[in-house]
Design a binder for this molecule. Sequence first.
Ligand SMILES: Cc1cc2nc3c(=O)[nH]c(=O)nc-3n(C[C@H](O)[C@H](O)[C@H](O)COP(=O)(O)O)c2cc1C
Length: 202
Amino acid sequence: MSQTRPSQAALSSGEADTFAVEAGTLPVVAYAPPVAADAFRGAMARVASAVHLVTTDGAGGRAGFTASAVCSVSDGPPTLLVCINRSSSAYAAVSVNAGLCVNTLAHDQSGVAAAFGGRTPMAVRFEAGTWTTLVTGAPALLGALTAFDCRIVARHPVGTHDVLYCEVVALAEPGDGHGLVYADRGYHTVPLGAAPPREAAA
Ligand SMILES: Cc1cc2nc3c(=O)[nH]c(=O)nc-3n(C[C@H](O)[C@H](O)[C@H](O)COP(=O)(O)O)c2cc1C
């Protein structure tokens, strides 16, 4: 699909909500000016997202952060993408290490999410959970709903963040908790199937 560039008059009148998409090419170029960052954050606050801990270990050191900007890219090969703010304290380690683990949190793990959500020293963050490793050596959280151990295969800077493409090389045994989502700047439980209530494992 291809659309023509809107006129300057359309841009100034606010009607320019169209953008050009060249078939098969990236990036998509928006001709309308971007919305304000705080308006975007307000809109994103209305989007319920699964909550993950992204952890890493290796020559760059052990680190982790809470992340909602994680999604599936492909199952051939199984690939996730993870967005990390380059100003975060975990970035130095993530930018050096070859692997990371995406730990998807269960309903009773919002305390771990808070510990990894910023401003807590890295060593203290890891006291909030019990850990194992899978293949890459990145910490995998016991009691998580699931964990994707990954090799980072590509990194693309976009705005304030790096987008990491991560090939999944191992999976943890699925946990039995309910889901945890972040929305309206708070944590909420999402009932999952017949998942039984359980003791917190982390
Ligand atoms: C629910 C939630 C989701 C978050 N998602 C992301 C994310 O996807 N990417 C990211 O870089 N930071 C994300 N953050 C922020 C980081 O966890 C962390 O707070 C931030 O990187 C600053 O941490 P620092 O004190 O280690 O520098 C999220 C925080 C919360 C609470």
